[in-house]
Design a protein around this ligand. Structure first.
Ligand SMILES: [Zn+2]
Length: 247
């Protein structure tokens, strides 16, 4: 018996999964509520006849929902009004995969009942930018940074996180996710988990291709999440093909 008044939020569709022939489990990222896992009944995706509510991946809309109560694991979607489908994403692989990567990482690195309004804004902005005409690579890297900031894992990229020493130009520099940032040549020996930072990436400021930054931040995000992201390899390939590399 549903006597609760549905709650409302603005949300972005992170994931869709079949539940039964006519139901889906939808994972949304709500501006005020954070991640929401809801059952959407009466959705017939196979015939495209959407009886009660039809949702597409990556779209932005207004949601009405009843949160899980009692023993229920899932809330119930009661209403969905699409506001933006970000149609421009479908024009290019790096735009589409950039968007898919963004929603995959948000789904993996946030939890239910864990609101991040600032991350919602960053995600919506990323989707809008990717659907537009400005280059995709920098938008994806900006989003990775915003996500790391929001979940409290922003890496230190200004000094050695172990000794505090300056990162000298020309000297080999390493990045360790466990350590939380850069390691100088003297300190890297003490860390098992690390990777070499491409020499051109850190100096001068703003140097480094979006592809190289993407790969470094993806390495960090992968480590934080404890697993690889499905869309990362395709996206790295698309960025590598589509953007000029700095030297
Ligand atoms: Zn050091």
């Amino acid at each position: 018996m549903l006597t609760m008044t549905p709650l409302r939020d603005d949300a972005i569709v992170l994931r869709l999964a079949e539940y039964s022939e006519t139901s889906q489990i939808v994972t949304l990222f709500g501006a005020a509520h954070g991640q929401l896992r809801l059952i959407a009944k009466g959705v017939r995706r196979s015939t495209k006849t959407r009886v009660a509510a039809g949702l597409d991946l990556l779209e932005y809309g207004a949601v009405g929902f009843i949160p899980p109560h009692g023993d229920a694991q899932l809330g119930i979607l009661t209403e969905w009004t699409q506001r933006d489908a970000f149609a421009g994403l479908r024009r290019e692989a790096q735009r589409l995969y950039g968007a898919l990567y963004a929603v995959e990482t948000v789904a993996a690195l946030t939890e239910e009942a864990d609101p991040h309004p600032e991350l919602f804004t960053a995600l919506e902005h990323a989707l809008q930018t990717l659907a537009g005409d400005t280059p995709a690579g920098p938008a994806i890297v900006r989003f990775q940074n915003a996500l790391l900031q929001a979940i409290g894992y922003a890496p230190n990229l200004t000094a050695c996180v172990n000794c505090g020493g300056d990162i000298r130009r020309g000297a080999p520099v390493f990045f360790s996710s466990t350590a939380g940032g850069l390691l100088c040549r003297d300190c890297e020996l003490h860390f098992v988990e690390k990777r070499r930072v491409p020499p051109h990436l850190l100096a001068p400021p703003g140097a480094g291709s979006a592809e190289a930054w993407f790969e470094l931040l993806d390495y960090h995000l992968t480590h934080v999440a404890g697993r690889r992201f499905k869309t990362a390899a395709v996206l790295a390939g698309a960025l590598g093909r589509g953007l000029p590399k700095s030297v």
